[in-house]
Design a binder for this molecule. Sequence first.
Ligand SMILES: [Zn+2]
Length: 286
Amino acid sequence: MNIGAIRGTAGALTLTALLTTGCGTVTASPDVQDPTPAAMPGARASTATAFASERSEVSGGATASSAGGLAVSAVKVVKVAARARPVDCRRAKCVALTFDDGPGAYTDALLRHLAAYRAKATFFVVGQNVAANPGIVRRTYAAGHEIGSHTWSHPDLTKLPAAGVRAQLARTDRVVKAAIGVVPRLVRPPYGAVNAAVSRLTGRPMVLWSVDTLDWRHRDSAKVVRKAVRSVRPGSVILFHDIHPSTVRAMPRILKALSKRGYRCVTVTRLFNGHPPKTVYSAGLT
Ligand SMILES: [Zn+2]
């Protein structure tokens, strides 16, 4: 849909070729189709970078033309890129891949897999792991992924007093803000345990899931692939854990399969077109 609009407005064929659909066809070009949602402050920086890279890429391809033509086409392409809208998940087949419990030793490898397929994901990070690895969270966010909170030390929030719930969230907010400059807008309660009190204390969308790969239990890449690919529906929120190498190893196969089926891998916020509901159990958007 974006591609059609771009073709119609500027006829920038080089750019059109870069903007492939799906969870992402394998390509080295930056993703301008699914910039981090505008609600996330880092979006501007990453989008601007993407546009800048794209301009240089397109300019580079135009060196055979005259200098004047080059300048015009570069400007045209930047304008086209600026018009490229994020994925509209009311129309596109979207899926939100979510990764809990990190960051960890395999997160960087996962980022490479996601980048290769131009997929965006949401990482529900554990505060104490962020404190130990702030650089990974920075890289994750800079790559256009969404960072959500998975509490400081992964307790069942429904079993904590109000002060305990607040402390779990506040401590995590602080380390995430120190790492990326913003606090998480989404929370995934450990074990999916949520009640009215926790929801009220959290004051942010509580994001559960619609597909559980059970990757933490079986630690088997083939099973992770099977479960994710067979259960996915438009609007699914799929639960993974990036602290397990078996899960990270499964990702290229999953991304390839989703791409083949026409899915767009987006952040949770993008899945809801910028406005996640109070409690996100799954989706099944219409
Ligand atoms: Zn967890």
